[in-house]
Ligand binder design. Sequence first.
Ligand code: ADP
Length: 398
Amino acid sequence: MVNILVINAGSSSVKYQLINMEDESVIAKGLVERIGLDGSCLTHRPTGKDRFVLEKPMKNHGEGIQEVLKALVDKDHGVIPDLSSIKAIGHRVLHGGYRFTQPTIVDDEVLDGIRECIELGPLHNPANIKGIETCMELMPGVPNVAVFDTAFHQTMPDYAYLYAIPYEDYEKYKVRKYGFHGTSHRYITQTVLEYLGKAPEEVKLVSCHLGNGSSLAAVKDGKCIDTTMGLSPLEGLVMGTRSGDIDASAIPFLMKKHGMTADEVLTYLNKKSGVLGISGISSDFRDLESAAAEGNEMARTALNMFNYRIRKYIGAYAAAMDGIDVIAFAGGIGENDQDVRREVLEGLGFLGVKLDLEKNKTRGELKIISAPDSKVTVMIVPTNEELMIARETQALCM
Ligand code: ADP
């Protein structure tokens, strides 16, 4: 068996999947939560067997991942006889800065490079590094691959990724648009091309990853030429709890009005804003839609803002690419929410977009939902970042 373990380490959590690369099936997946906090817990889901839950203190990522490895080989709820069938480990790493344009096998120098990007990804990179270090320690000799959320966007031209601030700030501090969800946008791109049987040069694609965090990517010739997120994931679309685009002068203004520090305002814009901040109800689209259906006007406004911003960016990317052939929806909202898809696409008739309202009434299915005479093919593409990480890892290690 050729298995790849995919690890997504967050500040107090580790998500994992063990994937059999012979048929790309998930053999087990799970989550360690509340690492270093009260109530640490592992939930392990072996395919074809009962779920296993372990509640015990796990002080750090090392202890958490140790429990994951034990669960994978356990005689009752395990899925492999021993760890030797795990041929490589793929890690999600948030920020690869300007340095990492491709998935990379991790050695000490690469680890130093990821550490250098902590400044750019302060919330995620430290945890990602801990995940990698732990795996190096617990499974010596097994290659670790870092798959960066930013890498897919490294093909953007300078006029798209530069901010119009003194160029020195780019040269000295590498302040620029990086973009995120790259692994998902790459998976969506590959899936669209494969499903339609097209060569990269034949498709101008707007890839819409809409989940708790949301971003679009404009993909031409199989390469990203622009994306909505920026230096951090805060820029671009209205999101669950993030403001997306905002005039920078609002920041000192809010600092004065609320007596907040710069970091506090950033937390405010990242965690308390977006559709949650506007509606005051929830960041979850199911809650917002039921509230809007019951006549809650601010829920309706939040949804309108979310949809309008996406539509505006699709229009912008049509201009950036000299047309659009495919719009693909992915992520928890993109895959499941027919109302968002319909409302985003209303008003894009001038681009030749014609949604088939019946086909749109579906969830989580890889399929075309545009009408046969639509000039633009609209698709739902269930994204799979873990599988993409496993594929990238396999390509580098085997
Ligand atoms: P993440 O960015 O954390 O990976 P997901 O891509 O899983 O998030 O998206 C989660 C979001 O998807 C939820 O907050 C919710 O708004 C939305 N969502 C999930 N299921 C549905 C559904 N059936 N209808 C509408 N929205 C949904």
